[in-house]
Design a protein around this ligand. Structure first.
Ligand code: SAH
Ligand code: SF4
Length: 383
């Protein structure tokens, strides 16, 4: 059985051809299916009313629509909403951050992560597995459907009302380490017959996989955020170990190459603020020197502590001082707002906390439990 959520427009066209649909009709069928699956978010073949009964019967016999199952669904007092999805051997999360002019969904690309950044709870879990295209896009489908249901919007195809207006691949995992599955999911986000998001509204965040940055420029250039976190190779080698393979000079050159294809004329450099580690005036100065090599904006992220982490969050005054230094050097520098603090909704943090606890007691398997909204406590989400 083919899970239709795994297929982008090209894949669906080929699928209909393989089902014996007339060659001239395959493209139209694919577009119809995309609308039903990703705009109306239906799960029932019979709801696909402009597809003939016989084609619907063929679909029912050969295809499934495999949605994710949320084992946890929390809403914070500021409207931030987080789902924890069961992906078999473990759990991944998606976080929706509503703002006045947009709704941003932060989604996961892998269960766990192999890159082991020193300050990241996902990294501390180790790598579990890549998510499939269907599992990646299902997070967006699920969020839009749930949010529309909340808002009382009925799912008519083509109605164009989708609560999620922006997607950031900043949940669990390194998206560029799962390139083959991530790109078709990005294509679905951009496809006018599916989610129809502009390239500027879809952001891939990477810790700096240089060859894959070049591949993304070639195959699917969307907005790019790079997790810098340190202005020198010595410090970055410690915090972001992939730096040993792709040091700063190579990474910055890749950023400049990417900008020739990017939908925006800057790279966003993410910089997690770690007390006494990378938050001193000399770091700001060295960072400004990096900023002069690549058109960029800086986004300072207050560190979210997690059980077993050895770092501390930089004091607010130091974050503000760091921001002022970068701003004085001429750089647009934002501080990521803390969101969802009452629901333990830090990007990558909740599922991480569950996995960390589990690993200590039961090896790598993660028991999933159904929890009531708001039952979690502790961490924070930043947006
Ligand atoms: N793997 C990708 C995307 C997922 S991580 C990447 O590293 O860019 C998304 C962002 O959250 C990254 O900038 C990452 O460095 C940051 N992050 C990870 N752990 C964090 C923590 N404990 N506190 C604050 N930010 C964290
Ligand atoms: Fe992986 Fe990103 Fe966490 Fe590093 S920060 S371990 S790349 S998820």
């Amino acid at each position: 059985m083919q899970n239709l959520l795994e297929l982008n427009q090209r894949g669906l066209t080929e699928f209909f051809a393989a089902l014996g649909e007339k060659p001239s009709a395959c493209r139209m069928r694919a577009r119809q299916a995309l609308k039903w699956l990703h705009q109306a978010q239906v799960s029932d073949w019979n709801a696909m009313t402009d597809i003939s009964r016989s084609t619907r019967e063929t679909l029912a016999a050969h295809a499934v629509i495999r949605d994710l199952v949320a084992v946890r669904d929390c809403v914070a007092s500021d409207g931030t909403r987080k789902w924890l999805f069961d992906v078999g051997t473990s759990a991944v999360e998606a976080v929706f951050i509503p703002e006045v002019d947009r709704g941003t969904l932060c989604i996961s690309s892998q269960a766990g992560c192999a890159l082991d950044c020193a300050f990241c709870s996902t990294g501390k879990q180790g790598f579990n597995r890549n998510l499939t295209t269907g599992e990646i896009i299902a997070q967006l489908r699920y969020a839009n459907r749930a949010l529309k249901a909340d808002q009382g919007i009925t799912g008519r195809t083509g109605d164009g009302v989708q609560p999620v207006t922006n997607v950031v691949m900043m949940g669990m995992g390194e998206p560029l380490a799962n390139f083959a599955q991530v790109v078709p999911a990005l294509e679905l986000m951009l496809d006018d017959h599916a989610y129809g998001l502009s390239r500027r509204r879809v952001t891939v965040s990477t810790s700096g996989l240089v060859p894959q940055i070049d591949d993304l420029a070639r195959y699917c250039p969307v907005a790019l955020a790079v997790s810098l976190h340190a202005p020198t190779d010595t410090l970055r080698d410690e915090l972001v170990p992939i730096n040993k393979r792709y040091p700063l000079a190579e990474l910055l050159a890749a950023c400049n190459r990417y900008l020739e294809f990017a939908p925006r004329d800057f790279i966003t450099f993410e910089y997690v603020m770690l007390d006494g580690v990378n938050d001193q005036p000399e770091h700001a100065q060295a960072l400004a020197a990096i900023g002069r090599q690549v058109p960029c904006k800086f986004n300072l992220i207050p560190f979210n502590p997690f059980p077993g982490s050895h770092f501390r969050t930089s004091p607010r005054a130091r974050v503000l001082d760091f921001q002022r230094r970068l701003a004085d050097a001429g750089f647009v520098t934002t501080i990521r707002k803390t969101r969802g603090s009452d629901i333990d909704a830090a990007c990558g943090q909740l599922a991480g906390a569950i996995q960390d606890r589990t690993r200590r007691t039961q090896g790598r398997s993660i028991p999933l439990r159904i929890a009531t909204p708001g039952s979690a406590s502790g961490g924070k989400v930043t947006a």
